[in-house]
Design a protein around this ligand. Structure first.
Ligand code: ATP
Length: 237
């Protein structure tokens, strides 16, 4: 494995007095796609929010070899760490094009932004067709595509994807995951949080299993797919 892009050690996150993440450690190498799977409430979203510096945390988080515990959110986006939040978080009353433009708000290089917009439209042609449409009127799958497209407009090096399959029809889930694989193929490092373990493990190289705020298993994705515990608890077998 090459040098880690993200290295997390002994991470703790609490809501008031309630511990949601209880001392976890994991890493993601440059160019790798890694998934974090686990049941509802296991602490996956909390972990991603902690990485994106949206929640107070204890422990060590190194991104690109440097501690980011003191880094503000906007600085991290400028440095290439971008979260696609659970529920997508698109701006419903803005158009598709305006939402994409918001993804580039940390950047000053207007000419390159135009090039990136063309790339996003090439990857997600549906967004180009609907550039002038209000985001709130898109289907769930289209909104997920828009959330990913908006994240790509920040030129991410590390994309944190929170439950991209949530609430989508199976055909849209498949399309969204094809897009995620294309993004990974372009060299973007991805940390994918999913309740749909089968799907996540079918696209990721490695996975971590989270249970009640702890990481209880980690392995290569094919090994996790074959693991009887994972099959019973997360693959419904
Ligand atoms: P899901 O798939 O439902 O998002 P998850 O694995 O992402 O599940 P988290 O959302 O991280 O789990 O939740 C972990 C724990 O923290 C749960 O017990 C949850 O009830 C609790 N929790 C999450 N958000 C808050 C909050 N804002 N205030 C208090 N407790 C919270």
């Amino acid at each position: 494995m090459s040098a880690p892009m993200l290295e997390v050690r002994d991470l703790h996150v609490s809501y008031g007095g309630i511990a949601a993440v209880k001392g976890i450690g994991f890493e993601v190498a440059v160019g790798e796609m890694v998934c974090l799977i686990g049941a509802n409430g296991a602490g996956k979203t909390t972990t991603l929010k902690a990485l994106a510096r949206l929640l107070p945390t204890q422990g060590a988080i190194h991104y690109g070899g440097h501690s980011i515990l003191q880094r503000p959110v906007h600085a991290l986006i400028g440095e290439g760490m971008t979260l696609v939040p659970e529920g997508r978080g698109v701006f419903a009353r803005l158009t598709v094009a305006e939402n994409l433009d918001m993804g580039a708000y940390c950047r000053g290089d207007r000419a390159e932004i135009a090039t990136d917009l063309a790339r996003v439209y090439a990857l997600l042609p549906r967004l180009k067709e609907r550039a002038g449409q209000l985001a709130g009127t898109l289907s769930g799958g289209e909104q997920q595509m828009l959330a990913i497209g908006r994240a790509l407009m920040s030129r991410p090096k590390l994309l944190l994807l929170d439950e991209p399959s949530m609430g989508l029809a199976p055909i849209m889930v498949q399309k969204v995951f094809e897009v995620i694989q294309s993004v990974a193929a372009e060299g973007v490092t991805i940390l994918l949080v999913e309740q749909n373990a089968k799907l996540a493990l079918s696209v990721a190289a490695r996975g971590y299993v989270m249970e009640s705020g702890l990481i209880t298993l980690s392995d290569l994705a094919p090994a996790l797919l074959a693991n009887p515990k994972v099959r019973e608890a997360y693959l419904g077998e």
